[in-house]
Every structure is written in C-alpha cells, then in structure tokens.
Design a protein around this ligand. Sequence first.
Ligand code: AMP
Length: 459
Amino acid sequence: MADISSFEDFALNRQLLNAVADAGYETPTAIQQQSIPLILAGHDVLGIAQTGTGKTAAYLLPILMKVKYAQGQHPRALILAPTRELAMQIDESITALARHTDLRHAVVYGGLGPKTQIERIQRGIDILVATPGRLLDIYRKGELVLKELKTLVLDEADKMMDMGFMPQIRRMLEIIPRKRQNLLFSATMPDRVIRLSEEFLEFPLRVEVAPQSSTAVMVNQVLYEVPNFKTKINLLSMLLQDEAVFQRVIVFTRTREIANNIFKFLARKVVSEESIRVIHANKGQNTRINAMEAFKEGNVRVLVATDVAARGIDVSLVSHVVNFDVPLIYEDYVHRIGRTGRANHTGEAVTFVTEAEAYHVEKIEKIIRMTIPRQPLPPELPVEKTTFTESQEMARTIDEQRRKDDPTFQGAFHEKKNPLKQAKPTGNGRKPPPGGARRPTGGKPDARKTTGHARSRKR
Ligand code: AMP
C-alpha cells in the first residue's frame, strides 16, 4: 500500500478536508490510509482495527463524501454500534467532520424514551447512527424508512456479538435493500465475527492494522506512574540531568503547546539552550530539518517533538525516547518507541502515565502484547500536589473512560451542565483519584516551585 502522507491525497472534497484540518488531523493513520480509497471505490470492507487507530474517521470520511449533501427524507447511510456511548461518539465525529456540509444526521439508542429521536428522524436525515435494539423498535413503530439505504456499517462487530445482538442484526439485514455497500469493523476476529462477515459482506477487501509487537520487544521499556503534570516535569528534568545515561533523547508530547512549553522550560532551567530543539507542525520545514540534522550529528542532545513532526525520523543511536504523555493513537506508541533501539543499538523507552492515562496504557499493552514494566519513582523526586482543577479533570476523564467500556456506568463525577452525564449520588466503589491529569492543551509547565510533597506518591 502506497504511503499516503496527507489527507489531500484522497479523493475527498474541500468541505471534508477543511473539517479534517479543523479537527487537527495532520496525517492519515494506517487504517485511514488503507480503508479510505477502498471505501470510496465502493468495495465492501472488513476492517480489523481497535479503538484508538482512527477507525471511525476511516469509514466516516468516505461515507460523508458519498452522501455528500442533504437530500430527501430518509437515511442513506446507517451505522450500527453496540453501545450508546459509542453511538454518541460516532455521532459527535459526524458533527465534526460534516461541519462544512449541510448533511443531517441523528443518533438513536435505548435508555430513554424514543419520542425526541423519532421527531428528529421525521425532520429528514441523511445519516443515522443507532444501537440495534432501538433501531428495530423505531422501525417497528413504522417511524423509519430504510429503503434508501446505500451504505451500512457495523462498528465494533465483536462487541455486538458479545452483547447478543445477532438476532437484531439478522432481522435488520432482511429489511434493508440488498444492493448496498457494507463495512464491518472489529477489533478482534473470533469465529462468530468471521461468520457474520461471511453473511454480511460481499467480496470484502480486508484491511488490518497489524499489531507491531516486534519493535516493542526490541526496546527496553519502562513506565512511571506519575500523579500529575508538574511532577512529570520534575521527573523529566531529573532524568535529563544524567547526561552520561540520557545521551540522545527524543521527548514526545501529544500537542504542540505542551511541546513548546516543555522546550522553553528545559532550555531555561535544565539543559543548555544549544543542546535542545523543538519540532512540530507549526515550525517551518527548514527549522525542522535543521533541528533534525543537528540532532543526528549529535550537536543537540534533546529533541522535543509531536508525533506528526517526528514521523519518518530515522535516527540511530537515540539512547532514550520519553513519552511525556500517552498517545491516544495507540500505534503512535509503537512508532515513538521505534525511534530508539534502531540498528541493533539498545535503547530505552520511558513513559510517564497519570491515573487518567492508565486506560490508554492498558489498550497499548494489548496491542504490543506485553505489560510495560513499572518503575518506582526515584525517592528524591519532588512530587507535587495535584491541584483541584487537575483532579477534577482527571475524575471526569476516568468516568468517561468507564462509560466507554460500560454504558450502564453512571459515573462518580458530578457534572451539572450535561444531564446525560449527570452522576447518580451512589458510590460506585471507585476510589477518588490520587492525582490529576492535565488536558493536552494545558497551561504552562512550571516546575520552579518544587515544593516538597516528596513522599506522597501513590502505590
Ligand atoms: P478512533 O480509533 O476512531 O476511536 O479514534 C481515536 C482518536 O484519534 C479520536 O480522538 C480521533 O479524533 C483521533 N483521530 C482520528 N484520526 C486521526 C488522525 N488522522 N490524526 C490525529 N488524530 C486522529
């Protein structure tokens, strides 16, 4: 498969490309590179990809391209998802990616009365996202016309099978037009899903995001559980002070802001200005090339980078990769740590994880098929107290993650504004988080006040 480095390389229209840019997607992920051209060409596709690979946009973009603009009354694309939470997320992705179009979409799921959902459908829609049970309920009431359907997606098919939705899906297949494009996405391929795909897909083309465990095994990996953002800064500063060990280091961050802030702080306080550079997509091409050259030649010891900027860097002799945060595109973890240990040199990948990021580590560990060894924090590390805002954000993030995996989870975090997310005043057995996570767009790191809470570290 050709390496498609830009969304501009796909036959997508300007409205969609602008929405992709607004979403901050710079490079298509592997599953997007493989699936988008096939779906656009009208093939049935069997996609094997986990959450976190960018699979949602991989099928939504070509669907949006095909459905194109508002037309008629009845849905032309239907996306089935096992849980309310996933259905809502898919619908949110449609809102984001279709923002420059006039496309109308709705999401229907159980757990609340169907009246509002039916009203929405009756106003006319182009794309419908649904959980199987609720979809059939509404269909049986005679409130949904499915004869215009051209594309059907089953997302997280393995989970749908696990949740016992097979009878509803069979029933669905009987009532929708035979001539249509089918897409099936699943994280795993147990027998039940293989059988479903045989029933459901016609001459499917298979795309798969291969778990690249081999790279991961080559590299010595460690993981530090760190309570909050400021302590991460302290830990990074402490590690970098050991010049004999941390000889040539790439520090990865999820966002440009964090990359910039870390760079500024380290250059001011920790390493000499000449020995550190930052690269991200906002930096000009020349600046990036210069920084990379200087790093390769060994004139620069520390390179702070975002994932996109660092793609394609082939630097042997990198002694350490530091993941300042856990990547949300899980393949990026493999890409990141693949920078070290190249060409038979041993390298080490160090990952900093807050409690709110542990969820993503679990998923990454599934992909690389190993548990990343935990390392205790150095005893002399100044451990900062987690601010109130950070712990609030962290609690909210953890609740969202729980809900993703268990749609019946009510949440322990009280959020007043959004009634859908409102917590019940019951205990869920979840202990309050000891630390705080910071949103990727967080403020300035400032580790100047390394006040002593040194022994308050968790676990
Ligand atoms: P998914 O696997 O579809 O659940 O997507 C995981 C996350 O990656 C979501 O937060 C998406 O918004 C984000 N995402 C999807 N595609 C890209 C991309 N090409 N670049 C950066 N982020 C992306």
